[in-house]
Design a binder for this molecule. Sequence first.
Ligand SMILES: *Cc1c(COP(=O)(O)O)cnc(C)c1O
Length: 381
Amino acid sequence: MNNKFVYAPGPTDVRENVRLERAKVTTNPDVDEEFVEFYKCTCEKIGKIINTNNSIYILSGEGILGLEAACASITESGDRVLVIDNGIYGRGFKDFVEMYGGEAIYFSGNYDNEINVDELSRFLEKDHNFKYATIVHCDTPTGVLNDLSKICVLLNTYGVLTVVDSVSAMGGEEIRVDDWKIDIALGGSQKAFSAPTGLTFVSVSEKAKKAMENRKSPVRGFYCNLNIWKNYYKDKWFPYTIPISDVMGLDRAVQNILDEGVENVLSRHEKIADATRNAINEYGLELFLDGGYSNTVTALKVPENIGALKLKDHMLKKYNTLIITSLEPYNDIILRIGHMGENARLEKITYALNVIDNGLKDLGFKSDKELVTLFNKYLKD
Ligand SMILES: *Cc1c(COP(=O)(O)O)cnc(C)c1O
């Protein structure tokens, strides 16, 4: 199961020092107060990467838990919630909003471009009576990146709280939680942070905390209730046994980012994404998006006569390489290059591009160019 080359927009490659960290002897995370300090320190390091002084909690469960917990904790029956939708994850927030009794109202954009901020602004002039809005930073099935620096600031001027799914962006794309007024920012261990799957982290602003505390009705459920984390540090108490090895691995992965330097990590992503997009265009393929390109994942259109699913199967069979397509309705249209986290390394992206190049040509695609040669041509120093 483990000998294939896997190159997906999450879970991403996990560096050896992170894997080894999880093998270390642990203490008892329920009763050893040193672990509370360790946990808090990991949270603060994540805060540095996402530029916030807000409280951060690491929850035991992968990214979806964070999304549901945010909606569960602030939604009350009848609350109007603006669901900003230009992708599959964006659209999906409606389910969580409604599950907890909210009324979801869509603001939808085209799925091949970023949210148009002027249009959103005009929409909000007419209707801004929302308790909160949800938005996805990078909608991974298409790789579209939304400009949170404008969108969240705009929503904030109307007093609308913001819940941001940055699971597949943070760690690979800049996110300035405090400057951009993001009330709840959600991340996951297995994407650009390149730690194993299993943890989600949530930053919560003072305003969002107030909204959760001043609810008229209690939060339904326990596991998704963010209020239970409020006093963990003061009380030296966790709501449940924290998967300590997972947190130790995450801490190592976070430290890897800080050791390399957040700026350097972001520019590594940018250079690789930029060269990948340019190479694809000149090679004769089309990108799925018209704009709003994320530096963490690139979606390319596989020629119709080949089909993305056939290409994926062929690459796995002939090259022992798993490069994945997208979700419905794009699963036979899009191939996704997940150059995020530890995948955003030259030796890995060039290997992946070579396999894609060979796979396409095996299946009849005609180009007198080579993807990796083009990638190298466009790669900036
Ligand atoms: C990966 C991802 C999540 C978490 O979902 P998984 O079930 O771990 O795939 C949430 N939001 C986005 C945008 C993601 O890319």
